[in-house]
Design a protein around this ligand. Structure first.
Ligand code: SF4
Length: 379
């Protein structure tokens, strides 16, 4: 309870670290290489933004913190400690909060991991993408598979018992066999969680100029059938090893689904702090601006502020919630608003209603882009 006797409401917290050692060739995230002096100024600016939340923050129960990027592990251990201390000073962080730091191989050290542990970090998300060194080189990653292994083993030695590994399929030159090999290599390490996404060739990236439409090297991308097969293999191989698919692209051993990301799909309130970070609070979506120089000078202005209409909230409930394999709890309102869509997708065997919930079928997950888009079209 807070001082005025009101029950404290829950909040998920996201901190953005927009720096990487080097830009990967496929990446369109908000991240840039930056020297140590800029990183230092950024940490000071981010601490300023965190402390600015203190009056409101102490009345919110933070159930998860996700430090994402970029490459948060590029920061010194002491800098990460300062950021997390600022969070603890400014918010009521639950004692069992899930606290994740995104890391990349080549940037992790025993000192940094020790600082994370001291600050209560209890989950690491390590970007690997592929266990094939040639694929890693093509992606423009800064590390080899062997360097990932060193980081992973170090994290285990330092006591981290909840580790996610990020993987990516449908890479240029990738074969069904090399993807299966990546899955098997990673499974032999028994991480608690695996995120497996298909590569999307984003406009404006070096990959788009090489592999985008009409760019000349598209033939190196796996064809549609191969990509589909990789997708089915992911599902089958991970399932056989005891990983439950709880979201379209996310798999976990029992009890290790990512609480923070579940919050996004369940539309729980979250506050994003740091350059370009997005938030959803009190029915309003907005994001911080993306101008690094202004942010470093203490400008924490917001952009794209939008109060959601009831219709938009319902649409989000469906197209975010149906990403989870358990689907969405049905309410009278959803049944009324989406009656026609439910019936249409059920006839196509893409959706099922049972036990008071609605979820996509296996077939529905296979064509989720189509099925989820149906919920955006209802007036
Ligand atoms: S490490 Fe991640 S955020 Fe950084 S450039 Fe590569 S893909 Fe982008």
């Amino acid at each position: 309870m807070c001082e005025n006797g009101k029950k404290q409401s829950e909040l998920e917290l996201y901190l953005h670290i927009p720096f990487c050692v080097k830009k990967c060739a496929y990446c369109d995230f908000l991240s840039v290489p930056a020297d140590k002096a800029v990183q230092l100024c950024y940490v000071e600016a981010l601490k300023g933004e965190i402390y600015q939340q203190k009056t409101l923050g102490l009345n919110r129960r933070v159930t998860s913190i996700f430090v994402g990027g970029g490459t948060p592990s590029i920061l010194d251990g002491g800098q990460m400690a300062q950021l997390l201390e600022a969070v603890h000073d400014s918010f009521h962080v639950e004692t069992d909060a899930e606290i994740t730091v995104e890391c990349n191989p080549g940037t992790l050290t025993a000192d940094k991991l020790s600082c994370y542990r001291q600050q209560g970090v209890n989950r690491l998300s390590i970007g690997l993408q592929s266990a094939d060194n040639e694929e890693l080189r093509l992606l423009g990653r800064i590390h080899t598979y062997e360097e990932f292994l060193q980081s992973y083993m170090l994290a285990r030695e330092m006591g981290f018992e909840n580790i996610n590994v990020d993987l990516m399929s449908a890479l240029p030159g990738q074969t069904k066999e090399s993807w299966q090999q990546t899955l098997r290599e990673v499974l032999s390490l028994k991480p608690e969680h695996i995120s497996a996404y298909s590569l999307i060739i984003e406009e404006g990236t070096p990959f788009y100029h090489r592999f985008g439409p009409g760019a000349g090297e598209e033939r190196l991308l796996p064809d549609e059938d191969t990509e589909r097969q990789m997708y089915y293999d992911t599902k089958d191989i991970l399932k056989a090893e005891g990983y439950e698919r709880y979201e379209i692209s996310n798999y976990a051993r029992q009890g290790f689904a990512c609480r923070h990301n579940l919050g996004y799909w369940e539309r729980r309130e979250y506050l994003g702090l740091g350059l370009g970070a997005s938030s959803l609070t009190e029915g309003v979506r907005y994001r911080n601006h993306k101008k690094l120089s202004a942010y470093l000078a203490g400008d924490y202005g917001h952009e794209d502020k939008h109060r959601l209409t009831r219709q938009e909230e319902l649409e989000e409930t469906m197209f975010l919630g149906l990403r989870k394999t358990e689907g969405v709890l049905l309410t009278e309102e959803l049944l009324k608003v989406y009656k026609g869509v439910f019936e249409r997708l059920e006839q196509q065997e893409l959706l099922i209603r049972e036990n008071g919930r609605v979820r996509l079928t296996e077939l529905g997950i296979d064509v989720s882009n189509y099925a989820l888009a149906e919920f955006l079209q209802e007036d």
